[in-house]
Design a protein around this ligand. Structure first.
Ligand code: TXA
Ligand code: MG
Length: 318
């Protein structure tokens, strides 16, 4: 066992950046979820990311930039379709998988010759990366297997004593992880749905398509084979509310209020954006209260609803 680290909590991005420069790990906010950052060119720091999260070493990391110029340090080539998406969307909740530059350690890409690149839309995230003076690898800042953190308190619950620093920010805006698009084949392929929708991508590159079963096999999208985003409670997706009854050990989240009020916890969201924003925080709140089952209302699979339904299905799948 490595001894527990003292984890500094700070709102000072320059203080946090000094940890990155010393090869340590810093969790920081983005518009999707909090990321666990390390210098993309420091192999020993990248090793600490996998250790702190308990992450399988075959699951590649996303590299985060604050300026478009930095993409050239990470990618050996920027295919035309990728450049169009960069021009149209960056900074955005969007990750583009590109051919990897030799300078990026293979540890970051889990041995793949490709690297995911993202420029976060959240100002504090970009200011922090700029202060670090280097792109940062950053997976979601949770223990492997638990829901992605949308607050600094959720990061602390998972990683206190395991990382050097948490840069404290607000609850993340989108609440679900970025859309991941593989730009290394003939046509762009959406490997993970997220804040940027298939329709928005197709408006820029019409050939962009959904992943099919073969795309989702190794080595295209290693992370998707792991059971993600799951609270300890059982998650049940509800498409038909009529017969549904609550109980003191169950919680409800959705766009409508459940008929009966005998639930331990009820979260009614005004729209799909609020539902996405709240989902992972709700999962964690339910676990903290020892709730046994979380009922999640199904939503229409359009726009952000596609990514929201994906995350609920993954959490419900045992
Ligand atoms: O919104 C996000 O993307 C957040 C914030 C912190 O930016 N990060 C995040 O990272 O969700 P992570 O590591 O939890 O999820 C990254 C996903 C995994 O499913 C991984 O397999 C996939 O992206 N991925 C990363 N690099 C890849 C690559 N080169 N080829 C295919 N899939 C890749
Ligand atoms: Mg993750």
């Amino acid at each position: 066992m490595t001894p527990a680290l003292e984890t500094l909590l700070t709102t000072d991005l320059h203080e946090a950046a000094r940890f990155i420069q010393r090869g340590e790990l810093v969790a920081f906010p983005t518009e999707t979820v909090y990321g666990l950052g390390a210098d993309v060119f420091n192999e020993s720091a990248i090793g600490k990311v996998f250790a702190a999260k308990g992450r399988p070493s075959d699951n590649p990391l996303i590299a985060h930039v604050s300026h478009q110029d930095q993409i050239k340090q990470l990618a050996a080539d920027i295919p035309d379709d990728a450049q169009k998406m960069i021009d149209a969307f960056f900074p955005a909740p969007l990750t583009l998988v590109l051919p990897k530059h030799d300078r990026v350690p293979l540890l970051a890409s889990a041995g793949l010759q490709t690297i995911g690149v993202r420029m976060p839309r959240h100002d504090l995230a970009r200011e922090f990366i700029t202060a670090c003076g280097t792109p940062l690898v950053a997976p979601s800042a949770n223990l492997s297997g638990s829901p992605s953190p949308t607050t600094w308190q959720a990061v602390a619950a998972d990683l206190l004593g395991r990382i050097a620093c948490i840069l404290q920010g607000v609850q993340t805006e989108v609440g679900l992880e970025s859309t991941v698009v593989d730009c290394t084949g003939d046509a762009p392929v959406v490997l993970r749905t997220g804040g940027v929708t298939l329709e928005q991508l197709q408006a820029i590159v019409p050939a962009t398509r959904k992943a099919d079963a073969t795309d989702l096999h190794q080595p295209k999208s290693p992370g998707l084979k792991y059971r993600h985003y799951a609270p300890h409670a059982t998650v049940v997706m509800v498409s038909e509310m009529n017969e549904l009854k609550g109980n003191e050990h169950a919680a409800w989240i959705g766009l409508h209020a459940p008929r009966s009020s005998d639930w331990h916890l009820i979260k009614q969201c005004a729209d799909v954006a609020e539902y996405a924003h709240e989902l992972f925080a709700f999962f964690r709140a339910c676990d903290a209260q020892g709730i046994k089952a979380i009922y999640c209302e199904a939503v229409a699979e359009q726009d952000l609803g596609v990514a929201l339904m994906d995350r609920i299905r993954r959490a419900a799948h045992r």
